[in-house]
Ligand binder design. Structure first.
Ligand SMILES: [Zn+2]
Length: 422
């Protein structure tokens, strides 16, 4: 059984070396132009090209085959984000996108051509959820106000959203927010109700490692019941990795695929998503997808090839390809931005490459052989099929749109959408 990442406490790990030129060569990406000749770029569409390590920044290609929803993006009020960053900087990895976050929060991803972001926030103690949910709602409103109704810039529109040279349609919303609650805190149901009704948040983000609560803990029952009552989603970090000895609880003990299965059995109508493809129990979570139609997984950081792997790269790449194509209806693309040690597009490039059937995932073990380079066993795109293209579209936007209630109008997709893609 291929399990991918190594099941052990994560040790602090330096960022990967800067990506060489053309490293993320992909039909979905282009390197950030310093200047686009003949096109005046609106101020808010201008892209920050500075990177911490001096590598080139990428953005979604002008003719990327479909729009992209990043279904896993973190925001916090700055004081809390600073605390999160200091945890990462001490125990996980250096956070790469601090300056961009401080400059404009998740607007950065929209400026890089991501069509829509799903924003997450989570409480680590009682008494702060209401404030965090209000902060989330305000951030979502502000972003949607800034971008809503504006045509999508030519460099971030998809090939089928502006047919025949017509003016690209305007997108209505660029952000969807999930709320938070501390399991078992006084007034938890009221807090959730307020998040869903007053703040119009699309679901809830729970975090077993940080909140020190197993997914099947009795205190979670009212959370699930309220999600079901309002037909909202629950995104819960209930996989074991990445674990850290710095957590107040041993995530290895309170997280397991069998614990998630207990929830799935008891709540067959709950829409539940587990991030990181269930790292490091990929096979077990893949089996759960087979048996539970209400389970979804997001890809966050699994395809960034940053974590130590125990199997050969060929086996890991094959495992991911099987998982992604077999369950293309219930896997969502996400990045974990801004708390990443590497380029935000590294995972996107790998995801496209793996689903296209191009070759191996960029693998950290390759570093010992010199600069990291994708190991390709085929010319890019030559193994693509109609099915693999459809799988990619589902993973990159359709599944997130369905799961979180993001409409085609929200995304600026007109009725011009080819029927074959539906
Ligand atoms: Zn995350």
């Amino acid at each position: 059984m291929c399990q991918g990442s190594v099941p052990e406490y994560f040790q602090f790990k330096a960022a990967p070396p800067p990506a060489p030129e053309r490293m993320f060569n992909s039909r979905f990406l282009e390197q950030t132009p310093t200047e686009v000749v003949g096109r005046s770029t609106p101020k808010e569409e201008q892209v920050a090209v500075t990177t911490v390590d001096g590598s080139s920044e990428y953005r979604v290609a002008a003719h990327a085959p479909c729009p992209i929803i990043d279904a896993h993006v973190h925001i916090f009020p700055q004081k809390l984000m600073d605390a999160v960053w200091s945890f990462f900087d001490n125990y996980y990895w250096p956070v790469r996108y601090k300056p961009q976050y401080q400059a404009s929060r998740a607007d950065f991803l929209i400026q890089q051509g991501i069509r829509h972001v799903v924003l997450l926030i989570y409480a680590h103690r009682d008494g702060i959820s209401r404030g965090l949910n209000a902060f989330m709602a305000q951030t979502v409103r502000d972003m949607n106000h800034r971008y809503g109704g504006r045509p999508i810039s030519s460099s971030s529109s998809s090939s089928f959203s502006s047919p025949n040279g017509l003016r690209p349609p305007a997108r209505q919303r660029v952000a969807t927010g999930l709320g938070t609650v501390m399991p078992g805190e006084p007034g938890a149901v009221e807090i959730l109700t307020e998040a869903f009704t007053v703040h119009k948040l699309a679901g809830i983000k729970m975090h077993s490692h940080v909140q020190c609560v197993a997914a099947n803990d009795p205190s979670m029952d009212e959370v699930y019941a309220t999600c079901i009552r309002f037909d909202k989603c629950c995104l819960i970090h209930a996989g074991k990795e990445p674990n850290s000895a710095a957590y107040k609880v041993d995530a290895d003990k309170i997280c397991d695929a069998s614990i998630v299965e207990d929830v799935l059995q008891r709540y067959p109508t709950l829409k539940i998503c587990v991030p990181h493809l269930g790292m490091n129990q990929y096979q077990e979570f893949c089996d759960l997808l087979d048996r539970y139609p209400n389970l979804y997984l997001d890809t966050t950081m699994t395809l960034g090839a940053f974590f130590k792997m125990q199997e050969p790269a060929e086996q890991v790449s094959e495992m991911f390809r099987n998982l992604l194509t077999r369950h293309a209806d219930r896997i969502l693309y996400g990045t974990d931005w801004p708390n990443l040690p590497y380029d935000w597009c590294r995972e996107l490039a790998n995801l496209v490459s793996v689903v296209d059937g191009d070759g191996l995932l960029i693998h950290d073990n390759m570093e010992k052989d010199g600069p990291v380079a994708p190991s390709m066993n085929a010319e890019r795109g030559t193994n693509r099929t109609v099915e693999s293209d459809r799988a990619l579209e589902k993973i990159l936007w359709r599944n997130a749109a369905r799961f979180y209630g993001i409409s085609e109008a929200d995304l600026g997709l007109g009725s011009d959408l080819p029927a074959a893609h539906l």
